[in-house]
Each structure stands twice: as C-alpha cells, then as structure tokens.
Ligand binder design. Structure first.
Ligand SMILES: [Zn+2]
Ligand SMILES: [Zn+2]
Ligand SMILES: [Zn+2]
Length: 154
C-alpha cells in the first residue's frame, strides 16, 4: 500500500503535480477499494469518513486528474454512472470486466485477451491501438448455481 502511494506520488510529480493531503486521501480510498468500481460519490463518502473537511468538488477534480494521468480509468457499465477503476500496475491496456445482469457483481480479467484481435485491427485497419474497453454482460457463476438449485427444488 505505502509503496503504491509512493509510486503514484512519483507519477504525479513527473507530471508536475503534488500529492496534496486531499489527493492522497482520495488515492488511499481507491487503493483500499481496489476490487470495487466506485462512483465519484462513493469515493467522496469514503474519503469523508476519514477527512470530513474534503469536499465533493475536490474529490471529483482529483479523480479527473488521476484519469488524465492514466492512474485510474473511467468506466461506465451501462447504468449511466461513471466509475473509477485503478489501473493495474504495468498494464498497457485496460483490464476486462464481467458484469452480471442479475446480481450486478463485477469481476475483472487482468490478462489482456485481445492481443490477437489487436493484431488484426492494426494490420487490416492500419489503426494504432492505444487502449480498449471490453465488458461482458451475462450471468455470473453464482447466479447460475442459484438457478440450478431452484430448478432442483421444483
Ligand atoms: Zn475493473
Ligand atoms: Zn490490449
Ligand atoms: Zn450474478
């Protein structure tokens, strides 16, 4: 955790920004909730628990800055809410998501499954890929199991 805060601090410095206490509070919330996909409001409520003096506008600006610096990625799962997702360290491209349409759970695939597709796009469309978003919408394993159990009870 401390290492990652330190590395994010360096990334900010390189880009000419300081890791102010407000920014650090936001970064720490993102690191503590790395598995989650928090909206700006979610982040704000969590920041407020520890640093009640920080306002929503400040948190929002910090999230935008972190997005600009590619420390976080912004993603929308189709519900109209922008969510902020820490980029995996060293990953060239954004990770993939599996969104369950029944329970709303979100799982992450860190491995880039698109490398072959990228090669085709770059070759056939002469398009230089910088990043991508891949979200699968479907039914998670747990919900499938639940359906099986319901079937068996009938
Ligand atoms: Zn994610
Ligand atoms: Zn990729
Ligand atoms: Zn589910």
């Amino acid at each position: 955790m401390e290492d990652r805060v330190e590395r994010i601090k360096k990334q900010l410095h390189t880009a000419g920004y300081k890791l102010t206490p407000q920014r650090e509070a936001t970064v720490r919330v993102l690191l503590e909730h790395e598995e989650d996909h928090l909206s700006a409001e979610d982040v704000y409520l969590l920041v407020k628990e520890k640093s009640p003096e920080i306002g929503l506008a400040t948190v929002y600006r910090t999230l935008e800055l972190l997005t600009e610096l590619k420390i976080v990625d912004k993603i929308n799962f189709g519900d109209g809410v922008s969510r902020y997702d820490l980029r995996k360290e060293g990953a060239a491209h954004f990770h993939h998501h599996l969104v369950c349409i029944e329970c709303g759970s979100v799982a992450e695939i860190e491995e880039d499954l698109l490398e072959e597709v990228e090669a085709i796009v770059e070759r056939d469309w002469k398009f230089k890929i910088k990043d991508h978003r891949l979200t699968f919408h479907g039914i998670c394993y747990r919900c499938q199991q639940k359906h099986m159990e319901e079937q068996n009870e009938k």
